[in-house]
Design a protein. Structure first.
Length: 248
């Protein structure tokens, strides 16, 4: 085994061990039912240690999204209830983008072969769409709730997309969905309500309409861009070039 492959194996084992230990140690404590029984303690701890609480929340969210662990949607709802709409939107927005970028980099530099074997059949289609639409293709995927992020992030890591492009497009594209989930969590009166009612406790006509708009928006933008491009090309072709002086 080469040194490079050995290094990858060691890092993979360390990541797997950290995930296993983390779930064994804190998995039950971070469950929604468990948190619902400690609402007052959580509020008191937030009041006495605000910076520590925000830092821990950020790290937890980055770890969940960066390692493609289940629970990101529930965390978003809980953070919306815990921090309020605007602080939670800011926190989740940057934490989710950081985690997605971490997942993107792990796929590109550490787990390329594994991801290639798992999603290789989709890679050709994605590369073709990136060639035609550029960064807008990733932006549209971010706006469609039906496309899971745990597929988008690692597969994009196998493309030629730059890390900076992936980061800012993801930051912008996930913002609307993040705001919708945070708003749903912030509207819940207590974690007990959320734990008992689940999705039934947060679904509202406004939230349903928001997700419909999220799905329609990228399609509408694509239609507009497909209409604008030929108009610009036609205008460029009919515009006369600069006049040239005749030779004396």
């Amino acid at each position: 085994m080469s040194t490079k492959n050995l290094t990858k194996l060691i890092i993979l084992l360390m990541v797997a061990l950290a995930v296993i230990v983390g779930f064994a140690r804190f998995g039950d404590a971070l469950s929604l039912d468990k948190l619902a029984t400690q609402e007052m303690q959580l509020r008191d701890y937030q009041a006495t240690h605000p910076l520590l609480v925000i830092s821990l929340a950020f790290v937890i969210y980055v770890a969940v999204t960066g390692l493609s662990l289940p629970g990101a949607a529930v965390l978003t709802l809980v953070f919306g209830w815990y921090f309020g709409f605007w602080p939670a939107t800011l926190l989740v927005s940057f934490a989710s983008t950081t985690g997605a970028t971490l997942n993107f980099l792990l796929s590109r530099y550490l787990f390329r072969e594994v991801i290639q074997n798992r999603f290789g059949d989709r890679l050709k289609s994605i590369n073709e769409n990136l060639e035609k639409e550029g960064a807008f293709y990733l932006f549209s995927l971010r706006l469609i709730p039906a496309v899971p992020f745990f597929v988008i992030n690692p597969v994009m890591g196998l493309t030629k997309m730059k890390v900076w492009t992936f980061w800012w497009v993801s930051q912008l594209g996930m913002l609307a969905g993040t705001a919708a989930y945070v708003w749903a969590g912030a509207s819940v009166p207590s974690l007990k309500t959320l734990a008992e009612q689940g999705a039934r406790g947060i679904v509202s006509p406004q939230l349903f309409a928001a997700f419909i708009l999220l799905g329609i928006f990228p399609i509408a933008v694509k239609k507009i861009m497909n209409w604008v491009r030929p108009q610009k090309q036609a205008a460029a072709e009919t515009t006369p070039g600069p006049a040239t002086k005749p030779n004396p």
